[in-house]
Design a binder for this molecule. Structure first.
Ligand code: PDD
Length: 281
């Protein structure tokens, strides 16, 4: 696989960074993940705007213009498409503060390390879409700046592994009894036909699907709101959904082993999911 590192396109196996890169030493960097459909970057400007917000929040200068980012992404997408015939992809972009002697203080004038790679998009399976997926819940024990798409992902990794240990696909987290997000997805509930998500805050990554789902809800006449969601509300919701660049929208049909929903739809993907998924496609 081809990747991009600091101005050069190289095979992934040959890309090397110095051990003193602050991304390696401190997790001092940010990233973003852009989906590609039919060889075309999806919502590229929104992802790039978030990359810029993440960079600004940790005071790394943006090393490229929009057109430079776009050209690099397109080059990787084109190569994967032509060499392997893959049309749906994910572009991973990472920027770290750069290489310097180990010191917590941010050194002046560092050259940021820019790494990008592209992989085939792994679509959710037909079984996952048909039956929904299982999640577990946990207290949100991560740091308080979930709004930064940081490569320091130890909290998210620990949270995700808890779900893997239970054969579940995500860990849905609560801070002070209120929904934040899952380890690598945003979380939505459906109450009386309306889609409800946690408010934007420093504890939640603002997924690019926040705005996308708002637009899709508008198209589908589904009420959409962001407001605090208690743990009790999530556990008694009609439907629970995950969203991310790679999951798109995915129905959650078991939470902590208990079927989601009520009546005939208990434990089954619901109608709001079905409409949003269709609109998404
Ligand atoms: N994860 N919350 C967290 C903590 C995430 O890591 C992600 C995305 C999201 C959803 O954001 P978006 O809709 O923009 O993908 C929410 C990416 C896909 C990842 O880490 O691979």
């Amino acid at each position: 696989t081809l990747c991009y590192l600091n101005g050069h396109y190289t095979p992934l196996a040959e890309a090397k960074i110095p051990v003193l890169d602050r991304g390696f030493i401190f997790g001092d960097g940010i990233y973003d993940v852009v989906p590609v459909y039919g060889r075309r970057l999806f919502r590229f400007d929104e992802h790039l705007a978030r990359l810029e917000r993440s960079l600004a929040r940790i005071r790394i200068p943006n090393p490229h213009t929009r057109d430079e980012w776009l050209e690099r992404c397109r080059c990787l997408v084109q190569t994967l498409a032509e060499t392997r015939g893959v049309d749906d992809q994910v572009v991973y972009i990472q920027v770290t503060r750069g290489v310097a002697p180990r010191d917590h203080v941010m050194p002046e004038g560092l050259e940021p390390t820019v790494f990008m790679m592209v992989n085939p998009l792994k679509h959710a399976t037909a079984d996952q879409r048909h039956h929904g997926v299982a999640c577990i819940t946990a207290r949100d024990f991560r740091w308080e700046r979930g709004d930064i798409k940081s490569t320091s992902l130890l909290g998210n990794v620990l949270a995700r592994q808890m779900s893997a240990d239970h054969g579940a696909v995500e860990t849905i987290m609560f801070r002070d009894g209120f929904l934040t997000e899952a380890s690598s997805s945003n979380v939505w509930i459906v109450q009386e036909g309306a889609l409800i998500g946690a408010p934007k805050s420093e504890h939640v990554l603002e997924g690019i699907r926040f705005e996308l789902l708002r637009e899709l809800c508008e198209d589908c006449d589904i009420p959409y709101s962001l407001r605090p969601v208690s743990e009790a509300e999530l556990l008694s919701a009609d439907e629970v959904l995950l969203s991310s660049a790679t999951k798109e929208v995915l129905p959650v049909t078991r939470v902590d082993g208990v079927p989601v929903g009520h009546g005939a739809l208990r434990g089954k993907p619901g109608p709001v999911y079905a409409r949003l998924y269709e609109a998404y496609q």
